[in-house]
Design a protein around this ligand. Structure first.
Ligand code: HEM
Length: 81
């Protein structure tokens, strides 16, 4: 359970730039990763997922299948999808 708000996919899709904020989804969670973009070890590639799901990209870049990556992501959770 979570006390965080629920967002529609449409709302998430509005956040795909540093100006509007960069939101992504993962396993039903919504994450505002705007502040993380500049810190991403993989550089600008992270913007390919802006406004959408991480799963297809993380399936390609298996470096993310580690607990320490999910720990980082969890810090940015803002809601549920
Ligand atoms: C590497 C986090 C999204 C591509 C990494 C690493 C972290 C990270 C922590 C370093 C992993 C390690 O070396 O142990 C994240 C987070 C993301 C995200 C928290 C989303 C919120 C993406 C996306 C892509 C991507 C969407 C591709 C479209 C890469 C690549 C590397 C990388 C290519 C390897 C960089 C290198 O070692 O040269 N990411 N990532 N990442 N990420 Fe991401």
């Amino acid at each position: 359970s979570s006390s965080l708000p629920t967002f529609s996919q449409e709302e998430v899709t509005k956040h795909r730039s540093l100006d509007d904020g960069v939101w992504v989804t993962y396993r039903g969670g919504v994450y505002d990763i705007t502040e993380f973009v500049a810190m991403h070890p993989g550089g600008d590639k992270i913007m390919l997922a802006a406004g959408g799901a991480l799963e297809p990209f993380w399936a390609l870049y298996a470096v993310h299948n580690e607990k320490h990556v999910l720990d980082i992501l969890s810090e940015y959770k803002v809601g549920e999808l």
